[in-house]
Design a protein around this ligand. Structure first.
Ligand SMILES: NC(=O)c1ccc[n+]([C@@H]2O[C@H](COP(=O)([O-])OP(=O)(O)OC[C@H]3O[C@@H](n4cnc5c(N)ncnc54)[C@H](OP(=O)(O)O)[C@@H]3O)[C@@H](O)[C@H]2O)c1
Length: 347
Protein backbone atom coordinates (compact mmCIF):
# COMPACT_ATOMS: atom_id res chain seq x y z
CA UNK A 1 0.00 0.00 0.00
CA UNK A 2 1.31 3.46 -0.85
CA UNK A 3 1.56 5.86 2.07
CA UNK A 4 2.34 9.55 2.42
CA UNK A 5 5.91 9.74 3.70
CA UNK A 6 7.80 12.44 5.58
CA UNK A 7 8.99 13.87 2.26
CA UNK A 8 5.45 14.26 0.94
CA UNK A 9 6.12 11.65 -1.75
CA UNK A 10 3.67 8.87 -2.32
CA UNK A 11 5.83 5.91 -1.57
CA UNK A 12 5.66 2.42 -0.25
CA UNK A 13 8.89 2.93 1.65
CA UNK A 14 11.06 2.36 -1.41
CA UNK A 15 12.73 4.75 -3.80
CA UNK A 16 13.46 3.24 -7.20
CA UNK A 17 17.27 3.56 -7.57
CA UNK A 18 16.70 4.31 -11.27
CA UNK A 19 15.13 7.63 -10.20
CA UNK A 20 18.16 8.73 -8.16
CA UNK A 21 20.37 11.16 -10.10
CA UNK A 22 23.79 9.80 -11.07
CA UNK A 23 27.15 11.57 -11.37
CA UNK A 24 29.20 10.42 -14.32
CA UNK A 25 32.90 10.04 -13.60
CA UNK A 26 35.61 10.56 -16.24
CA UNK A 27 35.81 6.74 -16.53
CA UNK A 28 32.15 6.73 -17.59
CA UNK A 29 31.13 5.01 -14.36
CA UNK A 30 27.97 6.30 -12.68
CA UNK A 31 27.89 7.13 -8.99
CA UNK A 32 24.51 7.59 -7.25
CA UNK A 33 24.22 11.27 -6.30
CA UNK A 34 23.44 10.43 -2.66
CA UNK A 35 25.00 7.80 -0.42
CA UNK A 36 24.63 6.59 3.15
CA UNK A 37 27.37 7.66 5.58
CA UNK A 38 28.58 4.99 7.98
CA UNK A 39 30.63 6.84 10.61
CA UNK A 40 28.99 6.14 13.98
CA UNK A 41 30.76 9.21 15.45
CA UNK A 42 32.12 7.11 18.34
CA UNK A 43 28.64 6.57 19.83
CA UNK A 44 26.54 4.58 17.35
CA UNK A 45 27.53 0.91 17.54
CA UNK A 46 28.93 -1.00 14.54
CA UNK A 47 25.94 -3.36 14.70
CA UNK A 48 23.46 -0.46 14.47
CA UNK A 49 25.30 1.01 11.49
CA UNK A 50 25.45 -2.36 9.74
CA UNK A 51 21.71 -2.88 10.30
CA UNK A 52 21.08 0.55 8.78
CA UNK A 53 23.16 -0.36 5.72
CA UNK A 54 21.11 -3.48 5.10
CA UNK A 55 17.79 -1.77 5.52
CA UNK A 56 18.90 1.33 3.59
CA UNK A 57 19.63 -0.94 0.63
CA UNK A 58 16.09 -2.27 1.00
CA UNK A 59 14.64 1.27 0.74
CA UNK A 60 16.69 2.00 -2.39
CA UNK A 61 20.17 3.18 -1.35
CA UNK A 62 22.91 1.87 -3.62
CA UNK A 63 25.83 4.02 -2.47
CA UNK A 64 27.65 3.51 0.86
CA UNK A 65 30.51 5.57 2.26
CA UNK A 66 32.68 3.33 4.44
CA UNK A 67 36.14 3.60 6.03
CA UNK A 68 38.39 1.25 7.95
CA UNK A 69 38.70 3.75 10.81
CA UNK A 70 34.93 3.68 11.41
CA UNK A 71 35.54 0.28 13.01
CA UNK A 72 32.44 -1.32 11.51
CA UNK A 73 33.47 -2.65 8.09
CA UNK A 74 33.55 -6.23 9.45
CA UNK A 75 29.84 -5.99 10.28
CA UNK A 76 28.88 -3.95 7.22
CA UNK A 77 30.39 -6.86 5.26
CA UNK A 78 27.67 -9.16 6.65
CA UNK A 79 25.09 -6.55 5.67
CA UNK A 80 26.43 -6.48 2.11
CA UNK A 81 26.37 -10.25 2.03
CA UNK A 82 22.66 -10.17 2.89
CA UNK A 83 22.03 -7.42 0.34
CA UNK A 84 23.78 -9.42 -2.37
CA UNK A 85 21.69 -12.46 -1.48
CA UNK A 86 18.60 -10.43 -2.37
CA UNK A 87 17.99 -9.47 -5.98
CA UNK A 88 20.60 -6.68 -5.84
CA UNK A 89 23.75 -7.33 -7.84
CA UNK A 90 27.25 -6.18 -6.93
CA UNK A 91 27.46 -3.93 -10.00
CA UNK A 92 24.37 -2.07 -8.78
CA UNK A 93 26.16 -1.00 -5.60
CA UNK A 94 28.67 1.81 -5.18
CA UNK A 95 30.97 1.09 -2.24
CA UNK A 96 33.64 3.52 -1.07
CA UNK A 97 36.26 2.80 1.57
CA UNK A 98 39.25 4.79 2.84
CA UNK A 99 42.88 4.29 3.73
CA UNK A 100 43.49 5.35 7.31
CA UNK A 101 46.26 7.73 8.29
CA UNK A 102 48.60 5.21 9.87
CA UNK A 103 48.62 3.14 6.66
CA UNK A 104 50.23 5.59 4.22
CA UNK A 105 53.48 3.58 4.17
CA UNK A 106 54.34 1.96 0.86
CA UNK A 107 54.01 -1.50 2.34
CA UNK A 108 50.73 -0.75 4.07
CA UNK A 109 48.43 0.57 1.34
CA UNK A 110 47.68 -2.65 -0.51
CA UNK A 111 47.28 -4.84 2.62
CA UNK A 112 45.04 -2.19 4.14
CA UNK A 113 42.78 -2.16 1.09
CA UNK A 114 42.74 -5.98 1.07
CA UNK A 115 41.68 -5.91 4.73
CA UNK A 116 38.77 -3.56 3.94
CA UNK A 117 37.76 -5.83 1.06
CA UNK A 118 37.87 -8.88 3.33
CA UNK A 119 35.89 -7.09 6.03
CA UNK A 120 33.33 -5.77 3.57
CA UNK A 121 33.15 -9.22 1.89
CA UNK A 122 33.70 -7.75 -1.54
CA UNK A 123 36.25 -8.46 -4.23
CA UNK A 124 36.54 -4.88 -5.46
CA UNK A 125 35.72 -1.37 -4.28
CA UNK A 126 34.17 1.24 -6.51
CA UNK A 127 36.22 3.94 -4.84
CA UNK A 128 39.14 4.01 -2.41
CA UNK A 129 40.15 7.31 -0.83
CA UNK A 130 43.16 8.54 1.06
CA UNK A 131 41.14 9.58 4.11
CA UNK A 132 43.36 12.52 5.15
CA UNK A 133 46.49 13.98 3.54
CA UNK A 134 48.33 13.66 6.88
CA UNK A 135 49.86 10.35 7.99
CA UNK A 136 48.89 11.04 11.58
CA UNK A 137 47.33 8.33 13.66
CA UNK A 138 44.89 9.16 16.41
CA UNK A 139 43.02 6.61 18.44
CA UNK A 140 39.28 6.21 17.86
CA UNK A 141 37.32 8.12 20.48
CA UNK A 142 40.25 10.40 21.45
CA UNK A 143 39.66 13.99 22.61
CA UNK A 144 40.55 17.26 20.91
CA UNK A 145 43.91 17.60 22.70
CA UNK A 146 45.16 14.22 21.50
CA UNK A 147 48.34 14.39 19.34
CA UNK A 148 50.44 11.66 17.82
CA UNK A 149 54.13 11.65 18.81
CA UNK A 150 54.96 10.92 15.16
CA UNK A 151 52.62 13.49 13.64
CA UNK A 152 53.82 14.83 10.29
CA UNK A 153 52.79 17.66 7.97
CA UNK A 154 51.79 17.14 4.33
CA UNK A 155 54.90 16.27 2.37
CA UNK A 156 54.05 15.99 -1.29
CA UNK A 157 56.76 13.49 -2.24
CA UNK A 158 55.60 11.21 0.57
CA UNK A 159 51.95 11.61 -0.40
CA UNK A 160 52.85 10.63 -3.97
CA UNK A 161 54.55 7.47 -2.72
CA UNK A 162 51.23 6.56 -1.10
CA UNK A 163 49.38 7.61 -4.26
CA UNK A 164 51.55 5.31 -6.45
CA UNK A 165 50.27 2.42 -4.34
CA UNK A 166 46.71 3.69 -4.72
CA UNK A 167 47.29 3.62 -8.50
CA UNK A 168 48.60 0.07 -8.19
CA UNK A 169 45.31 -0.91 -6.53
CA UNK A 170 43.53 0.15 -9.72
CA UNK A 171 46.05 -1.80 -11.83
CA UNK A 172 45.43 -4.86 -9.66
CA UNK A 173 41.68 -4.57 -10.18
CA UNK A 174 41.04 -4.26 -6.45
CA UNK A 175 39.51 -0.80 -6.80
CA UNK A 176 37.79 0.87 -9.74
CA UNK A 177 38.53 4.50 -8.80
CA UNK A 178 40.79 6.31 -6.38
CA UNK A 179 40.30 9.67 -4.77
CA UNK A 180 41.29 12.15 -2.11
CA UNK A 181 39.58 13.51 0.96
CA UNK A 182 40.15 16.59 3.10
CA UNK A 183 42.40 18.15 0.46
CA UNK A 184 42.99 21.81 -0.33
CA UNK A 185 43.51 23.53 -3.68
CA UNK A 186 47.33 23.80 -3.41
CA UNK A 187 47.67 20.15 -2.43
CA UNK A 188 45.29 18.98 -5.15
CA UNK A 189 47.14 21.02 -7.78
CA UNK A 190 50.31 19.04 -7.05
CA UNK A 191 48.50 15.69 -7.03
CA UNK A 192 46.78 16.49 -10.33
CA UNK A 193 50.15 17.48 -11.80
CA UNK A 194 51.93 14.29 -10.70
CA UNK A 195 49.30 11.55 -10.69
CA UNK A 196 49.32 8.84 -13.35
CA UNK A 197 45.73 8.02 -12.37
CA UNK A 198 44.01 11.23 -11.32
CA UNK A 199 41.66 11.32 -8.33
CA UNK A 200 38.08 10.73 -9.46
CA UNK A 201 36.56 12.50 -6.46
CA UNK A 202 37.49 14.71 -3.56
CA UNK A 203 35.48 14.09 -0.40
CA UNK A 204 35.10 17.28 1.61
CA UNK A 205 32.91 18.90 4.25
CA UNK A 206 29.96 20.57 2.48
CA UNK A 207 26.73 21.92 3.97
CA UNK A 208 24.81 25.22 3.72
CA UNK A 209 27.04 26.88 6.35
CA UNK A 210 30.25 25.55 4.78
CA UNK A 211 29.91 25.67 1.02
CA UNK A 212 33.64 25.95 0.14
CA UNK A 213 32.80 27.65 -3.19
CA UNK A 214 36.40 27.98 -4.37
CA UNK A 215 37.40 24.38 -3.69
CA UNK A 216 34.04 23.16 -4.99
CA UNK A 217 34.60 24.94 -8.32
CA UNK A 218 38.24 23.85 -8.49
CA UNK A 219 37.26 20.22 -7.97
CA UNK A 220 34.51 20.33 -10.57
CA UNK A 221 36.49 22.26 -13.16
CA UNK A 222 39.24 19.63 -12.91
CA UNK A 223 36.78 16.85 -13.64
CA UNK A 224 36.53 15.49 -10.09
CA UNK A 225 33.22 14.82 -8.38
CA UNK A 226 32.81 16.65 -5.05
CA UNK A 227 31.50 14.23 -2.42
CA UNK A 228 30.07 16.20 0.49
CA UNK A 229 30.42 14.87 4.01
CA UNK A 230 28.49 16.11 7.06
CA UNK A 231 25.77 17.45 4.70
CA UNK A 232 23.36 18.08 7.59
CA UNK A 233 25.99 19.75 9.76
CA UNK A 234 26.88 16.57 11.63
CA UNK A 235 24.66 17.11 14.69
CA UNK A 236 25.96 13.86 16.24
CA UNK A 237 29.67 14.52 15.68
CA UNK A 238 32.18 13.57 18.38
CA UNK A 239 32.87 16.01 21.20
CA UNK A 240 36.38 16.65 19.84
CA UNK A 241 34.80 18.23 16.76
CA UNK A 242 32.69 20.79 18.64
CA UNK A 243 33.57 24.40 19.41
CA UNK A 244 31.37 27.22 20.76
CA UNK A 245 31.55 29.10 17.42
CA UNK A 246 30.02 26.24 15.44
CA UNK A 247 26.75 27.05 13.72
CA UNK A 248 23.82 24.73 13.00
CA UNK A 249 22.67 24.74 9.37
CA UNK A 250 19.38 23.02 10.18
CA UNK A 251 18.46 25.98 12.41
CA UNK A 252 19.21 28.60 9.79
CA UNK A 253 16.03 30.68 9.16
CA UNK A 254 16.34 30.18 5.39
CA UNK A 255 16.53 26.39 5.75
CA UNK A 256 13.68 26.40 8.28
CA UNK A 257 11.52 28.57 6.01
CA UNK A 258 12.00 26.21 3.06
CA UNK A 259 11.39 23.18 5.27
CA UNK A 260 8.08 24.72 6.34
CA UNK A 261 7.05 25.32 2.74
CA UNK A 262 7.87 21.75 1.73
CA UNK A 263 6.78 20.21 5.06
CA UNK A 264 10.13 18.48 5.32
CA UNK A 265 12.66 18.21 8.13
CA UNK A 266 15.39 20.89 7.68
CA UNK A 267 17.91 18.03 7.33
CA UNK A 268 16.17 16.95 4.12
CA UNK A 269 16.34 20.51 2.77
CA UNK A 270 20.13 20.37 3.29
CA UNK A 271 20.27 17.10 1.37
CA UNK A 272 18.10 18.43 -1.46
CA UNK A 273 20.28 21.54 -1.78
CA UNK A 274 23.40 19.38 -1.92
CA UNK A 275 22.12 17.09 -4.67
CA UNK A 276 20.76 20.01 -6.68
CA UNK A 277 24.01 21.98 -6.35
CA UNK A 278 25.93 19.07 -7.87
CA UNK A 279 27.78 17.51 -4.96
CA UNK A 280 27.18 13.98 -3.69
CA UNK A 281 25.94 14.15 -0.09
CA UNK A 282 26.49 11.11 2.12
CA UNK A 283 24.18 11.77 5.11
CA UNK A 284 24.48 9.40 8.05
CA UNK A 285 21.47 8.01 9.82
CA UNK A 286 20.41 4.80 11.52
CA UNK A 287 16.73 5.81 11.65
CA UNK A 288 14.71 4.41 8.80
CA UNK A 289 12.35 7.41 8.56
CA UNK A 290 15.39 9.69 8.36
CA UNK A 291 17.44 7.87 5.76
CA UNK A 292 14.34 7.16 3.71
CA UNK A 293 13.32 10.82 3.68
CA UNK A 294 16.87 11.84 2.75
CA UNK A 295 16.75 9.52 -0.26
CA UNK A 296 13.27 10.72 -1.16
CA UNK A 297 14.62 14.26 -0.93
CA UNK A 298 17.01 13.46 -3.75
CA UNK A 299 14.17 12.54 -6.12
CA UNK A 300 11.24 14.76 -5.05
CA UNK A 301 10.20 18.24 -6.20
CA UNK A 302 13.33 20.39 -6.61
CA UNK A 303 14.00 23.57 -4.68
CA UNK A 304 13.20 26.69 -6.68
CA UNK A 305 16.00 28.74 -8.27
CA UNK A 306 15.21 31.45 -5.72
CA UNK A 307 15.56 28.98 -2.84
CA UNK A 308 18.85 27.70 -4.25
CA UNK A 309 20.12 31.31 -4.40
CA UNK A 310 18.85 31.98 -0.87
CA UNK A 311 20.75 28.95 0.46
CA UNK A 312 23.77 30.02 -1.57
CA UNK A 313 23.76 33.28 0.39
CA UNK A 314 23.82 31.74 3.90
CA UNK A 315 27.35 30.31 3.72
CA UNK A 316 29.15 31.15 6.98
CA UNK A 317 32.49 29.54 6.12
CA UNK A 318 31.92 27.52 9.28
CA UNK A 319 34.07 24.40 9.16
CA UNK A 320 32.84 21.86 11.71
CA UNK A 321 35.34 19.02 11.25
CA UNK A 322 38.49 21.03 11.96
CA UNK A 323 40.92 18.13 12.41
CA UNK A 324 42.87 19.45 15.41
CA UNK A 325 44.11 15.96 16.25
CA UNK A 326 46.17 15.98 13.03
CA UNK A 327 48.28 19.02 13.95
CA UNK A 328 51.96 18.14 13.89
CA UNK A 329 53.67 20.71 16.13
CA UNK A 330 53.10 22.89 19.17
CA UNK A 331 51.52 26.29 18.81
CA UNK A 332 49.60 25.56 15.61
CA UNK A 333 45.97 26.32 14.97
CA UNK A 334 43.61 24.10 13.06
CA UNK A 335 43.60 26.55 10.12
CA UNK A 336 47.16 25.35 9.40
CA UNK A 337 45.69 22.06 8.22
CA UNK A 338 43.62 23.80 5.58
CA UNK A 339 46.16 26.03 3.76
CA UNK A 340 43.94 29.08 4.26
CA UNK A 341 46.57 31.40 2.73
CA UNK A 342 46.46 29.53 -0.56
CA UNK A 343 49.82 27.80 0.01
CA UNK A 344 50.66 24.51 1.67
CA UNK A 345 51.51 25.30 5.29
CA UNK A 346 55.27 24.80 5.65
CA UNK A 347 56.50 22.00 7.91
N1 LIG B 1 36.08 11.92 4.64
C1 LIG B 1 35.99 12.33 5.88
O1 LIG B 1 36.99 12.75 6.51
C2 LIG B 1 34.66 12.32 6.57
C3 LIG B 1 34.47 13.11 7.72
C4 LIG B 1 33.21 13.09 8.33
C5 LIG B 1 32.19 12.31 7.80
N2 LIG B 1 32.41 11.54 6.69
C6 LIG B 1 31.32 10.70 6.11
O2 LIG B 1 30.17 11.51 5.96
C7 LIG B 1 29.07 10.89 6.61
C8 LIG B 1 28.05 11.92 7.06
O3 LIG B 1 28.62 12.89 7.91
P1 LIG B 1 28.26 13.01 9.46
O4 LIG B 1 27.89 11.68 9.96
O5 LIG B 1 29.39 13.73 10.09
O6 LIG B 1 27.06 14.04 9.52
P2 LIG B 1 25.64 14.33 8.82
O7 LIG B 1 25.33 13.31 7.81
O8 LIG B 1 25.65 15.76 8.44
O9 LIG B 1 24.67 14.21 10.06
C9 LIG B 1 24.28 12.98 10.58
C10 LIG B 1 23.29 13.24 11.71
O10 LIG B 1 22.10 13.82 11.17
C11 LIG B 1 20.95 13.11 11.66
N3 LIG B 1 20.00 12.98 10.53
C12 LIG B 1 20.24 12.40 9.33
N4 LIG B 1 19.16 12.49 8.54
C13 LIG B 1 18.21 13.13 9.25
C14 LIG B 1 16.88 13.50 8.97
N5 LIG B 1 16.30 13.25 7.79
N6 LIG B 1 16.17 14.15 9.94
C15 LIG B 1 16.73 14.42 11.14
N7 LIG B 1 18.01 14.09 11.46
C16 LIG B 1 18.74 13.45 10.53
C17 LIG B 1 21.46 11.76 12.11
O11 LIG B 1 20.75 11.30 13.22
P3 LIG B 1 19.86 9.95 13.20
O12 LIG B 1 20.81 8.79 13.11
O13 LIG B 1 19.15 10.06 14.49
O14 LIG B 1 18.96 10.06 12.01
C18 LIG B 1 22.91 12.04 12.50
O15 LIG B 1 23.01 12.40 13.86
C19 LIG B 1 29.73 10.07 7.72
O16 LIG B 1 28.87 9.10 8.27
C20 LIG B 1 30.92 9.52 6.98
O17 LIG B 1 30.53 8.42 6.17
C21 LIG B 1 33.62 11.56 6.06
Amino acid sequence: MKVQSASGLLTNGYVDPALVPQRVLPSGAKMPAIGLGTFGSDHVSPAEVAAAVESAAAVGYRHFDCASVYGNEHLIGYAFQQVLHSDIKREQLWVTSKLWNDKHGENDVIPSCRQSLADLRLNYLDLYLVHWPFPNFHAPGCDVTSRSQDAKPYVHTEFMRTWRKMEELVDLGLVRHIGTSNMTIPKLKLVLRDARIKPAVNEMELHPHFQQPELFEFVRSNGLVPVGYSPIGSPGRPQRDRTPEDSVPTKDPVIVKISNRLRLHPAVVCVKWAVQRGQVPIPFSTKRTHYLSNLEGAVSEPLTDFEMREIGSIDRNCRLIKGQVFLWKEGQSWEDLWDVNGEITPP
